[in-house]
Design a protein. Structure first.
Length: 269
């Protein structure tokens, strides 16, 4: 097995011009597969609420719920770093609440890093967590917890119109520097766009990762496991290119199982 991934190793990859890559996962089996595939980090995202549980908004996910996912992923990962999202609420309720939640994610969930959304609005939280020895993955840009103030619904965040504009680049660079100065070890720049994204990468020494709206101009990428493998009912009819379409493969397998059972044949497995 390859050497254990570390935050220092991710920083070295940026200095050496090597791209890092992560995957968003919420369960033990996907985490096991992702770890063996060679991802550098596995991110336990609050996007689980929308993408796995069918909720309308990621803001509905609670700390106790994300902890269940984090523990499952932690059990499945041996080599990669595990990052866990701080759900909406603890940060907004103040430093004490944020610290308590972060320690639960680390101690109970087994997270190596805690991702703080809307981090540029809460640099004091980033500083407080770093002072206590917690590694912070700071998310900024047009994020699930900040999209509303830009008038962009969650469902539209990955559209071209939701990417950061050239006019916003200077402000976003300033936010990135603020988070680096606060002690963040990584940045998750959501909807970076090629102009602002490249400017932020150049402005800071810490790795800048991107999911929605990111691209090769960043230091690394992160993708939902379910998107990469086409897992979910929407992929039955989707025309978007992905690395696999497990929705169609699963439908075909289910159809074969149904046919065998109804024909009186022995079922497989």
């Amino acid at each position: 097995m390859a050497a254990m991934m570390t935050v220092a190793a991710l920083a070295a990859m940026k200095r050496e011009g090597k791209k890092s890559v992560g995957v968003v996962a919420w369960d033990y089996q996907i985490a096991r597969i992702a770890d063996r595939a060679g991802f550098d980090f596995v991110s336990v995202g609050d996007s689980v609420g929308v993408n796995l549980w069918g909720r309308a908004d990621v803001l509905d996910v609670t700390l106790d719920e994300i902890l269940i996912c984090c523990r499952a992923v932690r059990r499945g990962v041996e080599r990669a770093l595990v990052s866990c999202d701080m759900p909406y609420g603890p940060v907004q309720h103040g430093l004490d609440s944020a610290r308590a939640a972060a320690w639960r994610l680390v101690k109970e969930g087994g997270a190596d890093m805690v991702k703080v959304d809307a981090a540029a609005d809460f640099p004091d939280v980033v500083r407080a967590l770093v002072r206590e020895g917690i590694t912070v993955f700071a998310q900024f840009g047009l994020t699930p917890q900040t999209a509303a103030k830009y008038g962009i619904p969650y469902s539209a965040q990955n559209s071209p119109a939701a990417q950061a504009s050239a006019e916003a680049a200077a402000k976003l660079v300033a936010e990135a520097k603020l988070l680096e100065d606060a002690g963040a070890s990584l940045l998750d720049f959501t909807n970076s766009g090629p102009v602002a994204g490249a400017a932020v990468v150049e402005a800071v020494k810490i790795p800048v990762i991107g999911g929605f709206g990111g691209g090769p101009w960043l230091d690394g990428r992160v993708r939902l496991a379910h998107t990469a493998i086409g897992y979910g009912e929407k992929w039955l009819d989707a025309t978007t290119d992905t690395y696999f379409n497990s929705a169609k493969a699963t439908r075909d397998a289910f159809a074969a199982l149904i046919a065998d059972a109804r024909a009186g044949r022995q079922i497989k497995g």
